[in-house]
Design a protein around this ligand. Structure first.
Ligand code: NAD
Length: 497
């Protein structure tokens, strides 16, 4: 039995057979590929303490040294990314090209961090007041807990830990227990790159491990990505325990299609963004908002393209893999049942499948609903599966109002050739990441990733300048070199001259 264990202080820490374990299953084959340790509170504290003890030396390691380790990590990850993609596909199920895509997007953040010295440069004002110079620095926060979801086992942790480590923090990563092997692979890569032991630790587990991270006084910051109810819980609990928190939640991303859009390219984009990774992306398009004038034609084009998708094992010639588990597959199928019962028009029914895979238990085919209304659960809920719904609206105004009334605000897109309409949308839409003719507008690494409303609790987005800000604290130093003119008693509040 392959057991995936914690990585603490630069080595694997195995659990005894009396400990708790979870099953790790390849959803494309149904084969149980191993078991993952689920940490107790004591084990969790051990990982946190390792990070806390490694912090002082890592904080004081020179920028040059930290940068050279980051470069070495970048080179190793880039050289071996296919190996990592295969691990992701074997546990998550997404097709290999998609797994490689997520590694590449994560790699971008590592590349950003190879330039961390520039991002950490403070400011300096000479003679800010007479004889007084002022400068600012940003210093690491301490121990960073990173808690990540199943859907991007590499990319989401990579949004955070390169920034945390490059800025001088130490890390405890708690990956999803559904696809845990990626985290250990990354830990071993760090070791090879020369990262000192204890700077990057992996703690496997569930609520018990997470709750310890949220409450242990040695943890200074918490970065979370996952579903909205858990994100809210993480934000409230960790904040109440005095930590800085960024908790990214779920999504329901709308794509507004105006009558002047190129409908062929728009339909391609809707299919790619709706069904890629079987809809298990936080930036997936799950709602197409079609202006009435083009709705019939657009739905026909989406349906035609969707019928051609190849569903199967991600290691074979497939466009779309399975859902993460059979239980999740059944939950998504339940939404399709509910959509039919609520009167939506089922254009493509994904409940019948014949995937190119050894087991069909976790598979659904792409599903398309038309004439969906905002009261239906297929509209209100984040389904997180290959179910695309079309809501028809009379015009831009109603489409915008629909998007802005939605409680989620992660990503959105407008498809149009009208620059004025696009500019109006950019300005008016209440969503954190906006695409103009770009269906999945995940920001590049030197910008920052984050949604609004129920898609983010806290105020700091991931990576880019906001990521650097999150993992550092500002300090301003005001100084003078004393001479006799500085003497004398004056209890007034210091003013500048
Ligand atoms: P999840 O919320 O179930 O789990 C996320 C993490 O929280 C995991 O590490 C899990 O072990 C832990 N967890 C689960 N239940 C917990 C509990 N009761 N107490 C403490 N910890 C708990 O999410 P998931 O199913 O792994 O991932 C899918 C969700 O993540 C979707 O809602 C998706 O939209 C969201 N997501 C959001 C973004 C974003 O950028 N906003 C990115 C990726 C995924």
């Amino acid at each position: 039995m392959n057991t995936i264990s914690h990585w603490i202080n630069g080595q694997t820490v195995a659990e005894s057979d009396g400990a708790r374990f979870g099953d790790v299953v390849n959803p494309a084959t149904g084969v149980n590929s191993g078991r993952v340790a689920l940490a107790s509170a004591d084990r969790s504290r051990e990982a946190i303490t390792a990070a806390a003890e490694a912090f002082p030396a890592w904080r004081d390691t020179s920028l040059t040294k930290r940068t050279s380790i980051m470069f070495a990590f970048r080179e190793l990850l880039n050289a071996r990314k296919e190996e990592l993609a295969a691990i992701i596909t074997a546990e998550h199920g997404k097709v290999l090209s998609d797994a490689l895509g997520e590694v590449s997007r994560g790699l971008e953040v590592v590349e950003l961090c190879c330039n961390i010295s520039y991002l950490l440069k403070g400011g300096h004002s000479e003679n800010a007041s007479t004889g007084i110079d002022v400068h600012s620095v940003r210093q690491p926060v301490g121990v960073s807990a990173i808690i990540s979801p199943f859907n991007f086992p590499a990319m989401v942790p990579l949004w955070f830990f390169p920034v945390a480590i490059a800025t001088g923090n130490t890390v405890v990563l708690k990956p999803s227990e559904k696809d845990p092997s990626t985290a250990n692979w990354l830990a071993e890569l760090w070791k090879e790159a020369g990262l000192p032991d204890g700077v990057f630790n992996v703690l496997h587990g569930d609520k018990e491990a997470v709750d310890t991270l949220l409450t242990d006084p040695q943890v200074d910051s918490v970065s979370f990505v996952g579903s909205t109810p858990i994100a809210k819980y993480i934000y409230e609990t960790a904040s109440a325990h005095g930590k800085r928190v960024q908790a990214l939640g779920g999504a329901k991303n709308h794509m507004l299609v105006l009558p002047d859009a190129d409908l062929d390219i728009t339909a391609d984009s809707a299919v790619n963004a709706g069904y890629g990774a079987a809809g298990e992306r936080c930036m997936a398009i799950s709602v197409v908002v079609a202006v009435d004038a083009i709705a019939d034609e657009l739905v026909a084009k989406i349906a035609e393209r969707t019928r051609g998708l190849k569903v199967g094992d991600g290691t074979r010639d497939s466009d779309m893999g399975p859902l993460i588990t059979v239980a999740h597959r059944d939950k998504v199928a339940g939404y399709i049942d509910a959509g039919v019962e609520s009167g939506a028009e089922l254009v493509l029914d994904g409940r019948t499948t014949s995937p190119n895979a050894d087991s069909d238990a976790a598979f659904l085919n792409p599903t398309l609903f038309d004439r969906v209304t905002p009261d239906m659960s297929i509209y209100t809920d984040e389904i997180f599966g290959p179910v695309l719904v079309v809501v028809r609206v009379p015009s831009y105004e109603e489409g915008l109002a629909l998007i802005n009334a939605n409680p989620y605000g992660n990503g959105t897109a407008i498809f149009t050739n009208d620059g004025g309409a696009a500019r109006k949308f950019e300005n008016e839409v209440q969503v954190g990441m906006v695409g103009v003719n770009v269906p999945i507008p995940v920001p590049v690494a030197h910008f920052s990733f984050g949604g609004w409303k129920n898609s983010l609790f806290g105020d700091t987005h991931a990576y880019g300048a906001e990521g650097v800000h999150f993992f550092t604290r500002g300090k301003v130093i005001t100084k003078r070199w004393l001479d006799p003119s500085h003497g004398g008693i004056n209890l007034g509040f210091p003013t500048n001259s």
